[in-house]
Ligand binder design. Sequence first.
Ligand SMILES: [Zn+2]
Length: 65
Amino acid sequence: MHCQFCQKGKKLVDFKETASLTRILSAGGKIKSRTKTGLCAQHQRNATKAVKRARYMGLLPYTKE
Ligand SMILES: [Zn+2]
């Protein structure tokens, strides 16, 4: 089991957990592919949503130039 959210026993990824979310972002601020994040399909989908939400709320930066 490599999925960090499954390991923590979380069903949903909270967009307020920016520490967890930044870990699935590349240095450029893009969302990494599942092969790199090691997340399961469900959490990858969930995390992607959470990142977008966090960006909208201003908790995470948009892709850096
Ligand atoms: Zn998972």
